[in-house]
Ligand binder design. Structure first.
Ligand SMILES: NC(=O)c1ccc[n+]([C@@H]2O[C@H](COP(=O)([O-])OP(=O)(O)OC[C@H]3O[C@@H](n4cnc5c(N)ncnc54)[C@H](O)[C@@H]3O)[C@@H](O)[C@H]2O)c1
Length: 252
């Protein structure tokens, strides 16, 4: 069994962001050919340049995961450049504009559509395209959250999207395990200091989130990268349909 990812072709979304960028870097450092996708062109190209400067083999495409033709074209380009996929990592995600402020009875429909569109439908579009071009024994990792395993107040759209990712992940594992030995798992992060987290702190006028996890610190994006790399490599090849909490013991 191998912990490295030498020569494996991995397609990753959210690749210019906190967790996605750290994961793309680690994948490339372990020998993978990494196809990076994100909606933000400037940050994506800068992120891909940094991966290349460290010796990584990467390509980058601007993709809106809500647009199925954009997703399909990205995966087709990836296969044309690197060959069929060994793995997919679907981390692109957003918070509602009303995060933490609106109860379910006050849900703003446009905000609901935005969050479900990126966080859930976007994961489905990506996974669907990745599976069409994935080798047998491949592996997919999708981003859920602690908000996908536990309810929180004023969090209906984000929570529904992240619970949905877990359902989607488990159903996909049932579909592609028996026939193709492809594995599909979700990660459920707690609090990680990334641009998304910084936007929450900003909305709270600089007030930090309470430290309710048992390990008394926030997670590091590199710790997400380590977990994702493990879920993609042969060391985890009997693990599928699971939700990997990575939350410093927030939920335990
Ligand atoms: N940071 C945390 O504490 C935390 C906790 C639990 C779950 N998560 C989840 O982990 C994942 C990564 O989060 P992060 O903290 O790195 O966030 P981030 O905001 O730093 O990065 C998310 C990336 O997704 C991209 N993106 C947004 N909409 C997109 C779209 N329509 N198409 C393509 N790309 C798009 C953004 O441009 C950004 O680069 C997200 O799914 C998030 O919901 C984060």
């Amino acid at each position: 069994m191998s912990t490295n990812l030498q020569g494996k072709v991995i397609a990753i979304t959210g690749a210019s962001g906190g967790m996605g960028f750290e994961t793309a870097k680690m994948l490339a450092a372990r020998g993978a050919k990494v196809s990076m996708a994100d909606i933000q062109e400037g940050p994506l190209m800068a992120a891909a340049d940094k991966v290349r400067q460290s010796g990584g083999d990467t390509m980058a495409r601007v993709v809106d995961v809500r647009d199925e033709s954009s997703v399909d074209a990205w995966i087709e380009d990836t296969v044309a450049q690197f060959g069929p996929l060994d793995g997919g990592v679907n981390l692109a995600g957003v918070l509602p504009k009303t995060f933490g402020t609106h109860s379910v009875a006050e849900t703003v429909s446009s905000d609901w559509d935005f969050v479900l569109g990126v966080n859930l439908t976007g994961v489905m579009y990506c996974m669907r395209a990745q599976l069409r071009h994935m080798k047998d024994e491949g592996s997919i990792v999708n981003a859920s959250s602690v908000a996908g395993v536990q309810g929180f107040e004023n969090n209906a759209s984000y929570g529904a999207s992240k619970f949905g990712v877990i359902g989607l992940t488990k159903c996909a594992a049932c579909d592609v395990g028996p026939t193709r030995s492809i594995r599909v798992n979700a990660i459920a992060p707690g609090t990680f200091r990334t641009p998304m987290y910084e936007s929450v702190i900003e909305a709270r006028n600089g007030e930090e989130m309470p430290t309710i996890q048992k390990i008394k610190r926030e997670g590091q994006p590199s710790e997400i990268a380590s977990l994702v790399c493990w879920l993609l490599c042969d060391e985890s090849k009997y693990i599928t349909g699971t939700v990997q909490l990575i939350d410093g013991g927030w939920i335990c």
